[in-house]
Design a protein around this ligand. Structure first.
Ligand code: SF4
Ligand code: SF4
Length: 344
C-alpha cells in the first residue's frame, strides 16, 4: 500500500485520507461504523473542520482510543486571534486530544503572515509553542492565495481542490509544493459530486506525478468506503477506457462551472441554494435525476427568481464565476426539463 510523506511535517500517511465533512450528515452510530472501518482498513489521516458541525465530536468519540496511531487535521475559519483560540480549544475538546497534528486556516481570503492585522499567523505560532498544534497548514480554493502560501515558506501543508478537472495552473501546485517541501492534501477529487466515476478519479491521482499528494475522500456511505478500500488493494489502472471518461468529462465540464463548494451561500439574502442550483443541469445529467426533480427541488430552483442581483455571491466565489447569470441559465434549462420541452 502506498505511503505518502506529507512534506516537511514528515508525517507518513496512507495514500488515502478520510475527508470527514460528510460525518455531519450521518448518525452517531453510522459515523462510528465508517470511522472504525476506515481505521481498521489502514486509513490513518482524518481531516475535519470546526465548521463541519459535529464531525470533530464524532471523530473524538470513535477514534480517541487509537489517537496515537492516526493523524488529525482540522481547520478554523476564524478571522482573528480571539476566534482562533476559541475554535482551537473547542476542536481539542471535541477531538478528545491535547494536540492537533496539522491545524489549518480554513480558506482565508488572503495569505496570513506573521505580524499582519489578523493576528492569525501569530496565534498559530503561539499554539505551536504551547504544544497545542504540531504543524501549520492552510486550505484554499483560490490559486493566488495557494501559490502565495506555498512560496511564503510559512505553511507546512496546503489543502487544495485537485481532480482531473483541475486546470494546468492548479495541477502545477503539486510540483510547487514539492519544490518547497510543502505537504499537499487534495480535496474534492470528485469535484463536489460532478465526477461520478470514482475509478477514473482514483486512477488519475494515483499517477507518479502525484506521488506526494494525499487525497481525502469525502465518505458518507459504507459502499463508498468499501470502494476506496478496494482501490487501496487493487488500484484501478488508467486504462484507455478511463482516459476516455476523463476526456469526455473535461470536454463536458470545460470553462466556468460551479464546484458546489458553498462559499458564496450563507449571506445570500434570497436564501438560494446556490451550491446545488448553480450546477443543477450538470447534477441532473451526471447523477440519478429523480432526486433533483422533486417538488422541494423545483421550489428551490424557482427561488432563483427572488435573486436581488446584489452580487454578493459573485464576489465570494473563489473561481470567479458570474454566479447570478449561471443560476438564471440553470433555471431556464431546468424549467424546460420539467416541462418536458427538452431531454436530459
Ligand atoms: S446575487 Fe442573487 S444569488 Fe447572489 S447573493 Fe445576491 S440574491 Fe443571492
Ligand atoms: S458559485 Fe462559486 S462559491 Fe458558489 S458554490 Fe459554486 S463554486 Fe462555490
Amino acid at each position: 500500500m502506498d505511503k505518502i510523506i506529507l512534506g516537511k511535517t514528515g508525517i507518513v500517511s496512507d495514500k488515502n485520507g478520510f475527508g470527514a465533512l460528510p460525518m455531519q450528515r450521518v448518525s452517531e452510530a453510522q459515523a462510528g461504523v465508517l470511522l472504525t472501518k476506515a481505521y481498521d482498513s489502514g486509513i490513518t489521516l482524518f481531516d475535519t473542520a470546526r465548521m463541519y458541525s459535529d464531525s470533530e465530536k464524532k471523530i473524538g468519540v470513535h477514534l480517541s482510543g487509537v489517537r496515537k496511531n492516526i493523524t488529525l487535521t482540522t481547520k478554523t475559519m476564524a478571522h482573528g486571534a480571539d476566534g482562533f483560540w476559541r475554535d482551537l480549544h473547542t476542536s481539542l475538546t471535541m477531538l478528545k486530544t491535547d494536540c492537533i497534528d496539522v491545524y489549518q486556516l480554513h480558506n482565508p481570503p488572503f495569505c496570513p503572515k506573521p505580524g499582519d492585522e489578523s493576528g492569525l499567523y501569530d496565534a498559530l505560532l503561539e499554539a505551536k509553542r504551547e504544544g497545542k498544534i504540531r504543524f501549520i497548514g492552510i486550505t484554499n480554493h483560490s490559486i493566488f492565495v495557494a501559490e502565495e502560501a506555498v512560496q511564503s515558506g510559512l505553511y507546512d501543508t496546503l489543502q487544495f481542490p485537485l481532480s482531473y478537472l483541475s486546470t494546468e495552473r492548479e495541477t502545477a501546485l503539486v510540483q510547487l509544493c514539492k519544490a518547497h517541501n510543502v505537504g499537499f492534501i487534495a480535496m474534492k477529487a470528485l469535484c463536489g459530486g460532478l465526477i461520478t466515476n470514482a475509478a477514473a478519479a482514483y486512477a488519475y491521482l494515483n499517477q507518479p506525478d502525484f506521488d506526494t499528494v494525499v487525497p481525502i475522500w469525502g465518505i458518507q456511505h459504507e459502499s463508498e468506503l468499501d470502494e476506496f478500500i478496494a482501490y487501496r488493494h487493487n488500484p484501478p489502472a488508467l486504462t484507455a477506457d478511463l482516459q476516455k471518461v476523463i476526456a469526455r468529462d473535461r470536454a463536458e465540464l470545460a470553462g466556468n462551472f460551479c464546484r458546489g463548494c458553498g462559499y458564496c451561500m450563507p449571506t445570500c439574502p434570497a436564501e438560494i441554494q446556490i451550491n446545488n442550483c448553480a450546477r443543477m443541469i450538470q447534477l441532473i445529467r451526471r447523477s440519478p435525476s429523480a432526486q433533483w426533480l422533486t417538488s422541494e427541488m423545483q421550489s428551490a430552483m424557482r427561488n432563483i427568481e427572488n435573486c436581488t442581483e446584489c452580487g454578493t455571491c459573485r464576489t465570494k466565489c473563489p473561481y470567479g464565476i458570474d454566479t447570478p447569470t449561471l443560476l438564471k441559465e440553470n433555471l431556464a434549462d431546468y424549467e424546460a426539463i420539467v416541462a418536458g420541452k427538452t431531454t436530459i
